[in-house]
Design a protein around this ligand. Sequence first.
Ligand code: SF4
Length: 73
Amino acid sequence: MTLAGRASGDGTISAERDRCVGAGQCVLAAPAVFDQDEEDGLVRVLDERPPVSQSDAVHEAVRACPSGALDLR
Ligand code: SF4
């Protein structure tokens, strides 16, 4: 399943939950933008259109994700 929104600020972040392995690196990098599901541990996108102030954190999350589940456009 893909979660996506429309672009604003630095772009739109989407997460491919089928690829997520629940490593949590995205949550560590950008806790205002990502969370992990309490039941299955997989990524949840809290803010699909994060503000520019979150840009560095979001880029770091995309870089750190070990499964390539995150896409910033
Ligand atoms: S860093 Fe990647 S694999 Fe880990 S929880 Fe986030 S999206 Fe899933």
